[in-house]
Design a protein. Structure first.
Length: 295
């Protein structure tokens, strides 16, 4: 069992959740403030997406990332900053004529997905370790081996820690390959993402099997979406991992009870301490992940 547990809070994501809960932050100010509140509740790391303030839709606009990151860095709260680098991988296909891109496609190269990382140099950025049929319909998230190798190399050159996001067992296989090829500086950092249709289902036996395939020395966490979010905190800690909660993945604590990021973090912290473990501080997270000291 993990005795010192890092909590990551995924603040807003890019999904269609803004209309489902008034607590989902949209503007850079709201996202940063929600991150500050989550840090005060016990999150050592905040995972940052940004949204178009006019529409609430997910965005990859560098200026929006800049404002969120600057607000977090200028605050009186210490927190490790983890920005997504997954935006720009959405391929929509017409099932009757899949030879062209359908409306909604936002597809750019792996390096172009790093524009905000290049400018802002967060402590951590994500690298989604494979393509995936993403939910119902005709959306494919595109992240090919060639794109991943080029992206991993650039992140390595920037001195940013990549969080390898793993949505299925084949993604784990490829993440291990990136480690073997020297494209990930030690320690590797894995996030096992469970329950996203149609990736790895949130089954405890599957999490245990995947955890057993993680190389020695790699620091890993896992999460599950929706009602499985809090049970997964316990599952991950029991198997030696760290945890992620937040409104990107779940809006509720109990049926109909819409909550904030800070409330989700506080509940996760309660689970961790009730299991006899401790919640890691930002400095302890930096030491575990061999990150730069706080600037």
């Amino acid at each position: 069992m993990n005795r010192k547990v890092i909590i990551t809070c995924a603040l807003t994501g890019a999904g269609d959740t803004v209309g489902r809960s008034e607590h989902v932050p949209v503007t850079p100010e709201q996202i940063a403030e929600s991150g500050i509140e989550a840090a005060r509740a016990g999150a050592a790391i905040v995972h940052v997406h940004v949204r178009d303030p006019r529409t609430g839709d997910g965005s990859r606009e560098v200026a929006l990332y800049r404002e969120v990151v600057e607000r977090l860095r200028d605050s009186d709260v210490d927190v490790v900053i983890n920005t997504t680098a997954g935006m720009g991988g959405d391929l929509y296909l017409n099932p009757e004529d899949p030879s062209g891109f359908a409306e909604g496609t936002d597809l750019i190269s792996g390096v172009d997905r790093l524009a905000h990382v290049e400018e802002l140099l967060p402590d951590i950025c994500t690298l989604d370790c494979g393509s995936l049929n993403f939910g119902e319909g005709s959306l494919v998230y595109v992240s090919t081996p060639d794109m991943l190798r080029v992206g991993a190399k650039r992140i390595q050159e920037l001195g940013v820690r990549p969080e390898l996001e793993i949505f299925d067992t084949g993604h784990l296989w490829f993440a291990n390959k990136l480690i073997d090829e020297g494209l990930i500086d030690p320690p590797g950092m894995y996030q096992l993402c469970m329950g996203i249709p149609y990736g790895a289902p949130p089954e405890p036996a599957l999490l245990a099997a995947m955890a057993a395939q993680i190389p020695a020395g790699v620091v890993w966490a896992s999460f599950a979406i929706g009602r499985m979010q809090m049970p997964w905190v316990a599952q991950s800690v029991l198997l030696g991992g760290h945890v992620r909660v937040g409104l990107e993945d779940n809006l509720y604590l109990g049926r109909g009870n819409k909550v904030t990021n800070a409330q989700l973090v506080a509940n996760a912290a309660t689970i961790i301490t009730a299991m006899g473990s401790e919640v890691a501080t930002p400095d302890e997270a930096r030491e575990t992940l061999a990150l730069r000291p706080r600037g």
